[in-house]
Design a protein around this ligand. Structure first.
Ligand code: OXD
Ligand code: MN
Length: 597
């Protein structure tokens, strides 16, 4: 029995139970015994299927409603007092309308089901970085995923004490009808209401909803940063470890980069990578004047297709046990499989769409029938990753030497460049654009502006967000340097120019050298690029001329890019800091001078 001492929490649970009318209310204690009970219940109701326990100990299969496979950004709202506080890149609804509209869906939505009370900590329990939330949910799948992705239960309630602050997170899958789906954030009330979806990004409310949208709002007030960034440590041959953060839009390889395996040439020199986090970083100024980062999550909610023993052996090892697989292929032998995964597919299975699936199946247009949804996922405990950093749960976080932004661009952006200073780095982050992936509903491939990879996740006006980044620069006595990378540049025939994956360490190495004031660079209008031969390419055999193409800056293309940047910036009107326009004008001038020369 969980004994809650927090009167405010108890009153809120009673109020929400009166609205949603569950059959019972169950307080989650986080114990192993409870986990077994929940798993058995989910299996009995058909929400989870145990995999072959010899091959996949502690692992389960789950299949979602086919209309519920990704974040639904068009149904995601910031319910701030005024539309200006949400800004032009967010959907806005007034708090009154938000509560009223969602309440009609929540009304009686948990009848026939239990309401679980999941107290969770984002960040190690008790760390100065951490924030507590309580999610009420009628989904056992959500509870089991939250147990992997966050720290839950009695220890968190103890920490909350009798009157601690927490984010009120209400979730019901209701009837899983997209017409009854809303993901609402009430930053002024520290509240999240999500209904009609069980997809991770919509329903595991600690992740995108709390750790990014609500946290970004809080971070601005409290002088810290909540960012869509991986955190990794690079161990140098001498044993010294330096940490970087990197922000990329969803499904652009953050998990792979966070778990990178050094290529042979660099491994032989003694390089090693340590994973701290693969999706979210909370950053605060430390007593030493540096920026320190903490991963608020406790697990990985990674994209399965494309993950295999070549692209990410560490992720494959992390998901070997105690993992929930969602919307991949379920083999008849109780195995899992996905496109571009490991090994041959099972001879017979059931696809993510719950249809019989055999290797080589084609649809009526002759196209391969997908076994797994392109956004199918694995939820795995972070501690199971072979490269997990000894500091991943350090309550003080890790000190950051460099911050990296990047997008998926076939053209324009070179492999890597360094900004001139913090403010220019903020401009570089603010002008990131990327081709859309399957992590959200919408046309895959379309280029969209995704500043700091935060466009779907910033919980307030992004003009103010850029202002906050600029202000933070003045508050960090020893700020990290800011870089931009692009692993996805292609040649004229559409082939990727850079091999990516482990080879990306070569770029990280240059980035860290520059951060230490070393590393050779040449100045261009967009920033500092590696000088010729400044990247360590030991053991990498690229065709002649490839590095030149990868490091090419076409001033006319960059000048054309300014039109898109300008249109994007103009949306923010007077909320756009003047400094961002000053950066824009300086870049325009530098490009003009370069073209004239
Ligand atoms: C994620 C996402 O799941 O960004 O991390 O969509
Ligand atoms: Mn993400």
């Amino acid at each position: 029995m969980v004994n809650c001492q927090h009167a405010g929490l108890k009153a809120w649970v009673d109020e929400m139970a009166a609205l949603c009318q569950p059959d019972g209310v169950i307080w989650v204690d986080g114990s192993e015994a409870e986990k077994k009970v929940l798993e058995n219940r989910a299996v009995a109701r058909g929400f989870l299927i145990p995999l072959d326990q010899e091959r996949y100990p502690g692992c389960f299969y789950s299949r979602s409603n086919p209309n519920d496979v990704a974040r639904t950004e068009h149904l995601t709202y910031i319910c701030a007092q005024s539309p200006e506080d949400a800004g032009p890149t967010n959907n806005w609804m007034s708090p009154e309308d938000g509560y009223a509209k969602a309440a009609t869906i929540f009304q009686g939505s948990m009848k026939g089901r239990n309401m679980y009370v999941v107290a969770f900590s984002m960040g190690p329990v008790g760390s100065p970085f951490s924030k507590i939330g309580v999610e009420l949910t009628d989904s056992v799948y959500v509870v089991l995923n939250m147990r992997i992705m966050t720290r839950v239960g009695r220890k968190v309630l103890d920490r909350l004490g009798t009157d601690g602050e927490f984010t009120k997170c209400l979730h019901s899958k209701a009837d899983l009808d997209v017409k009854h789906r809303l993901v609402l954030h009430f930053p002024q009330d520290n509240t999240i209401w999500s209904v009609g979806s069980a997809y991770g990004g919509n329903a595991l409310l600690g992740k995108k909803c709390l750790a990014l949208r609500i946290a970004s709002w809080q971070a601005r007030k409290e002088n810290w940063l909540a960012e869509h960034m991986l955190i990794l440590g690079v161990e140098h041959p001498g044993g010294q470890v330096e940490y970087v953060t990197a922000a990329f839009p969803s499904a652009c390889g953050k998990t792979n980069l966070a778990m990178l395996i050094p290529p042979e040439g660099l491994k032989a020199k003694g390089y090693r990578i340590w994973t701290v986090g693969d999706d979210i970083a909370w950053l605060r100024v430390g007593a030493d004047g540096r920026l320190w980062a903490c991963n608020p999550e406790a697990g990985f909610f990674g994209v399965a297709p494309g993950t295999n023993s070549k692209t990410n052996p560490n992720a494959m090892a992390a998901m070997r046990k105690n993992t929930i697989f969602t919307n991949v292929l379920l083999g008849d032998d109780l195995s899992v499989w996905w496109e571009d995964g490991d090994g041959a597919p099972p001879a017979l299975g059931t696809s993510w769409e719950a249809k019989v699936w055999k290797p080589g199946m084609k649809d009526e247009n002759g196209k391969p029938v997908l076994a797994a949804h392109p956004n199918s996922r694995f939820t795995a405990p972070a501690g199971q990753c072979p490269t997990i950093s000894p500091n991943w749960e350090n309550p003080e976080g890790v000190p950051i030497s460099a911050m990296i932004f990047g997008g998926r661009r076939e053209r324009l952006a070179p492999l890597v460049f360094e900004s001139f200073d913090w403010n220019h780095g903020v401009y570089v982050g603010a002008t990131v654009a990327s081709e859309r992936t399957a992590a959200a509903m919408g046309a895959v491939g379309e280029v969209r502006r995704d500043p700091m990879a935060m466009i779907p996740f910033c919980g307030y006006n992004m003009g103010d967000y850029f202002g906050h980044w600029l202000d933070m620069g003045a508050k960090i006595p020893r700020p990290p340097k800011i870089f931009h990378v692009n692993w996805f540049r292609k040649d004229e025939s559409g082939k990727f120019l850079w091999p990516g994956y482990g080879e990306n360490l070569r770029v990280l190495e240059w980035i860290l050298a520059r951060s230490r004031g070393e590393g050779r660079a040449r100045k261009t209008p967009i920033g500092w690029l590696p000088a010729k031969d400044a990247l360590d390419l030991t053991g990498l055999d690229l065709p002649a001329g490839t590095m030149d193409k990868l490091l090419e800056v076409k001033n006319d293309e960059w000048t054309r890019e300014l039109d898109g940047v300008k249109a994007f910036f103009l949306q923010f009107g007077s909320r756009m800091p003047q400094e961002m326009w000053r950066q824009f004008e300086s870049l325009k001038e530098r490009l003009k001078t370069a073209v004239a020369a």
